[in-house]
Design a protein around this ligand. Sequence first.
Ligand code: ADP
Ligand code: MG
Length: 309
Amino acid sequence: MLKIEKLTKIYPGEPPVNALSDISLEMTEGLFGLLGPNGAGKSTLMKILAGLLEPTSGRVTLDGADLSNPQNRLRHFERLGYLPQDFGFHSHLTGERMLGFLLELKGVTGPKGRKALVSELLERVNLADSANRKLREYSGGMRQRLGIAQALAGDPRLVIVDEPTAGLDPEERLRFYRLLAELAVGRIILLSTHIVEDVATVCPKFAVIRKGKLVALTTPRDARESLKGQIFEGVVEQSNLDTIREEYFVTQAMVYDGANKVRLFLEKGSPPADFECVPPTLEDAYFISMKTENHLMGTGLNKASGGVL
Ligand code: ADP
Ligand code: MG
């Protein structure tokens, strides 16, 4: 189990940046999503969990081993696979060469030697056919799969992937989800993302952070359930849109077939005329968790089933 207790990170400077405030979370085997907008603190948390950045206060333990202990930290690196957000590849190298080079840096050799391990890993992430192609010819999805291959070397207990699906097209994204789901058996995979669909599709459990604070800890189903009967949808004339926004909590407004299709969150009272109660989506839940201050506070974190706070 990966346990995060009261983690706070303040980047010193003028003014100091409070990137994480009092975050507590526990993750067991399987895929766990960390969802939040740009600047929420996702990469900061990932770097701390990877043992690359010191927290200002708080504690991280993996299977009971406290990361602040130097001995444990060395051991942590051996049990960790990490795909950073800005992973650099040398585009003139082939996939095989690049991966070989990364494994050398990581100090990992397989039982049959490093070359055999490179082939195995390329097979695992479905890149064997492109092993001899230069990285400049790889698509975004292929690059991310190569990134996952290096993270998997050494059979890590914990795999951390920071925004791996940004910039992938829908097909590549689905393929990447399948790979992550396969790999999550018997290990902890932590996926950070600003894309709601990522957690909706592959994460049985996820947390939402905003401005360094934990605002939800839930499952996709519980997040939707918590809003049941409170999301309404209707079509609004352009001239009425501002009034609706002032009077109601609009979660989404999109132009659809020349009209404004509006979804809104309503706990009590009546919706505008011709609005219908609709099944909540995870986007609704995410949007509400981004916009409310203490709104649903107390309904989620203290409840065993979780919920949007
Ligand atoms: P995310 O990955 O969710 O986009 P980050 O963890 O990168 O968020 O950043 C969280 C906050 O910390 C942001 O306000 C960012 O500007 C700030 N930040 C990140 N890295 C540093 C740093 N090295 N020094 C100072 N501030 C930083
Ligand atoms: Mg980031």
